[in-house]
Design a binder for this molecule. Structure first.
Ligand SMILES: Nc1ncnc2c1ncn2[C@@H]1O[C@H](COP(=O)(O)OP(=O)(O)O)[C@@H](O)[C@H]1O
Ligand SMILES: [Mg+2]
Length: 361
């Protein structure tokens, strides 16, 4: 089989820009260079695209742009003197959060008519929406925590929210609906902190979710791989163990390695581990997921109750990240997991190519 031209897209107009670069380094290193020519397309914070020699090599980068349905699908920007034209066989978005994990860039790849690794437009978009993904979780019989929504386009009724939250009891978590890496998330321990937390989350998103908190929550994660023709499989469950921090916030995730550790497999009753793995597969299939995802749960202290927290359709792939570690422990090297995701993307694309686009022919 000839080598495939695979293009990594990373960086992005997202608060998770830096994390994406670290993920892209790992994906670049793990993709088998005997099978793939790997191109690295950095997306700057202003949204411009640059072809780089390697993930972090900004020197000599060339501004590029996409072409729709063309022989060459990545070309140098008109302003750029030296002309280049590339034919990409498959795109691999490694962008967390808005404009990368939410179906937007996936939509562009659809229009460019190139296969892409990971979830479809729809599966990506609904996974990004914390409240919509909870509705699907419920349909799959996965418990979710009580929550209320605030829409930033309208004035919110703080009194009504306070009344609802009082019934649940504190703490509650206030979060932007379509973000990640705990950006804009606040743990609210008392009523007086509610308004400030809502206003803070509204700085990052037009919609905010206020969710009942699980006291002394255990955070359990499960990786999935598959979709399309490939039967979805789950990884072992892992646990993020926190030390002396209020919750798994941005600082804990990326800046303070001493405040947490990853335990794989998570120390769970066998039945709970089995249920979480089965439900992860069921959920991924329910959203029509393709490629990979990490599904996160909250457990109570005794591991007797579990709740859906969120799904990440482009989970972190950094050295510190859970997804590669979960699969390694399950017996699949990260490079093999990536191969599988590429294979799934190609088989989906060839299946879609045969679909009719004209009702009369
Ligand atoms: N309902 C909850 N109960 C307890 N902790 C929570 C709850 N919701 C969020 N958290 C804490 O906040 C973190 C970030 O929330 P999450 O919903 O995963 O958002 P993000 O997409 O930013 O990762 C979680 O990892 C957890 O530490
Ligand atoms: Mg999370």
């Amino acid at each position: 089989m000839p080598k495939l031209n695979i293009a990594l897209f990373y960086g992005g107009k997202s608060v998770e820009h830096e994390v994406s670069i670290c993920s892209a380094v790992n994906v670049f290193d793990s993709l088998d260079k005997k099978k793939y020519n790997v191109f690295t397309i950095f997306i700057a914070r202003n949204g411009k695209w640059y072809l780089r020699k390697s993930v972090k090599a900004s020197k000599g980068q060339i501004e590029v742009m996409p072409l729709l349905n063309a022989r060459y699908n990545i070309v140098s920007a008109p302003s750029y003197k030296k002309k280049i034209a590339l034919k990409i066989d498959i795109a691999f978005p490694v962008i967390h959060g808005p404009n990368g994990e939410d179906g937007t860039i996936q939509g562009l790849f659809e229009l460019m008519n190139i296969p892409y690794v990971g979830c479809s437009v729809a599966a990506s978009a609904l996974s990004m929406e914390k409240h919509i993904s909870k509705i699907i979780a419920q349909k799959c019989g996965i418990p979710v925590l009580p929550h209320v929504m605030v829409n930033g386009f309208f004035d919110f009724d703080l009194g009504k929210i306070k009344k609802t939250v009082k019934k649940w009891g504190y703490p509650v978590f206030v979060k932007p609906v379509r973000l990640g890496s705990s950006v804009g998330v606040t743990k609210v321990n008392r009523e007086s902190g509610l308004k400030k937390a809502i206003l803070r989350a509204l700085k990052f998103d037009t919609d905010v979710i206020i969710e009942k908190g699980v006291k002394d929550a255990r955070e359990i994660v499960c990786g999935v791989l598959g979709g399309g023709k490939e039967k979805t499989k789950s990884s072992l469950c892992g646990e993020v163990r926190l030390f002396n921090v209020e919750f798994y916030d941005y600082k804990t995730k990326y800046l303070d390695s001493k405040s947490h550790e990853l335990a794989t497999p998570a120390d769970l009753p066998k039945k709970m581990a089995r249920v979480l793995r089965e439900k992860s597969v069921e959920f991924f299939n329910a959203i029509g997921g393709t490629g990979f995802a990490r599904i996160d749960y909250m457990l109570d202290k005794n591991a007797s109750k579990y709740y859906f927290c969120e799904i990440n359709t482009i989970p972190g792939f950094t050295d510190e990240s859970l997804f590669p570690a979960l699969w390694e422990k399950t017996g699949l090297k990260f490079s093999e997991a990536l191969d599988k995701a590429v294979k799934i993307a190609l088989s989906n694309a060839s299946h879609k190519k045969n679909l009719k686009t004209n009702p009369f022919k």
